[in-house]
Each structure stands twice: as C-alpha cells, then as structure tokens.
Design a protein around this ligand. Structure first.
Ligand SMILES: [Zn+2]
Length: 269
C-alpha cells in the first residue's frame, strides 16, 4: 500500500486498478476493489488496522474495479448504471479474465459473488465520513457510468479510467463526452490525482489525457477520410505512433482492436 496523503492510501501492485483507501476517524472508505480474489482478501485484511469499512465506492462498472466487492464489508455506492451492469455481470467473464491474469485463483472461492451497489445516484452524491467529505460526481466518458471521488479536505480526486495514461480504453466510451469530462476535472481544486491505473499525478494529467484521446480520434478520422474500411484502418494504425505505445502481447492486444472498432463506428456516423 502506498501512502498518498496522511489519510489516503492506494494499492496498485497487487490490484489491477488503483484501489483507494480513505482512513477517517469514523472508519474507512474503499474506492474500487482489486479484481483478483487473493489480492482483494489481502487488502481487506491489511486495512482492518484503519477501522471498519463503512463504504465501498465503485468508480465504474468494469470487472477490474468491481469484482472484489464481495470481500469487503460496508455499503457499496456507485452510479445507477453500475448497479445495472453488476446485476447483469457473467461469472464466465470473470473466470476468463482470471484465466489470463491469475489462474491460480481458479476455481472461484465460495465467497465470490458479484456484489452490486446498495446506494446509487445519477448525478451527484455527498458522503460525510469522519472528518472528510467525499463528493461523488457523475463523469461520463470512459464509460457512461464513471464517477469522480473528490475529497476537498485532501485536495485529491480519484478519476476512474477517465485518466489512464498507460492506455485509454474506448470500448465502452463516449469519446466526445470524455473530452468534456476532462475539462470538468480540470476545474476541481486538487493537487493530487489518482488515475484508474498508473501512478498518482497532478492536474497536468488532464490535458495530457485529452491529447492522448485526441491522437486516437485524429488517427481513426484520417483513415476514414482516406476511405479506408475498418480492417484497413486497423492495419494502418498498427503501424502508427499510437500502436508503438501499446504492449506487444497480452490482453491489451484485444483492447487495441476494440478501441479502433469503437472509434471507427463513432466517427463514421
Ligand atoms: Zn475501465
């Protein structure tokens, strides 16, 4: 666990996404849960020293942010759309991902279940926990149901995968909303930013992320204007600067195709 402020920690090594811990005078808020069961259990145990878990907040519906919910106590809080997605989640998807990432966690243990949020909201919700205010703000972009967790007392924001400088994933995204959302993040009074994946950064990551999104959008747009079809666009982009920043093997290979398909469909309309 990495200490970010006096009261905020993140776990990123054993978790696929950044899992956040806000340790207050009145218990703990967990922000996203590790998807690998052994990592989720390890983190749940490690944070008992901060007190009982009061809330678990999911910043988006993707498996790598929600699948560990069942290993934590407290009340789960997320956007309305996250509840719908978790209720519809399939165990095969989870086991498929574990097969690739952490096969020693299979078969799933008896405790595993998809645990949906008990409290949901559509635009804004404020939780008051101990000495801290947790402002949950709907921030559509990377997914339609993504949210920010903004803690003004600590000048910190958790962004979900709306910020992921390693690789943006467009599969579930609204590219135009995503760019607008990044401008809204930029208006928050924060000094530290915890992205969905990768290192803690400062507000400089918002314009950086916008540039990354724009470079993807521009590249696909150029191919469309040249009259290329989807497969040709994929080939063209595989040779480009964008592809050179992608890992050459692993599950991200599928994400590259999904990104191009999504953007092609979005821009071709
Ligand atoms: Zn995601």
């Amino acid at each position: 666990m990495q200490k970010v402020t006096d009261h905020v920690y993140i776990e990123s090594e054993s978790s696929v996404c950044n899992a956040g811990i806000v340790a207050t005078d009145d218990g703990v808020a967990v922000i996203d849960t590790p998807m690998v069961p052994s990592s989720a259990k390890k983190l749940a145990h490690a944070i008992t020293r901060f007190g009982a878990v009061r809330y678990v907040i999911n910043t988006e519906p993707h498996m790598d942010h929600i699948a560990g919910n069942c290993y934590f106590g407290g009340t789960i809080v997320a956007h309305d759309g996250v509840r719908a997605r978790i209720l519809a989640a399939k165990e095969e998807e989870m086991t498929g991902m574990l097969q690739r990432m952490a096969p020693d966690n299979l078969p799933l243990d008896k405790e595993f279940r998809f645990r949906p949020p008990e409290i949901t909201f559509s635009e804004k919700l404020t939780l008051h926990l101990g000495q801290f205010t947790l402002r949950l703000i709907h921030m559509p972009g990377h997914t339609p149901h993504s949210l920010a967790v903004y803690i003004p007392e600590e000048k910190i924001v958790f962004t979900s995968d709306n910020v992921n400088l390693q690789m943006p994933f467009f599969g579930d995204a609204s590219p135009d909303l995503w760019l607008k959302t990044l401008e809204r993040y930029n208006n928050l009074d924060v000094e530290m930013v915890v992205p969905g994946h990768g290192s803690v950064c400062d507000k400089g990551c918002f314009p950086k992320m916008s540039l990354i999104l724009e470079s993807w959008i521009d590249a696909v747009d150029k191919s469309i204007k040249k009259g290329l079809d989807m497969e040709q666009t994929l080939e063209e982009l595989a040779k480009s600067e964008i592809a050179s920043r992608m890992p050459e093997e692993g599950p991200e290979i599928d994400l590259f195709r999904l990104n191009v398909e999504k953007l092609y469909g979005f821009l071709k309309r």
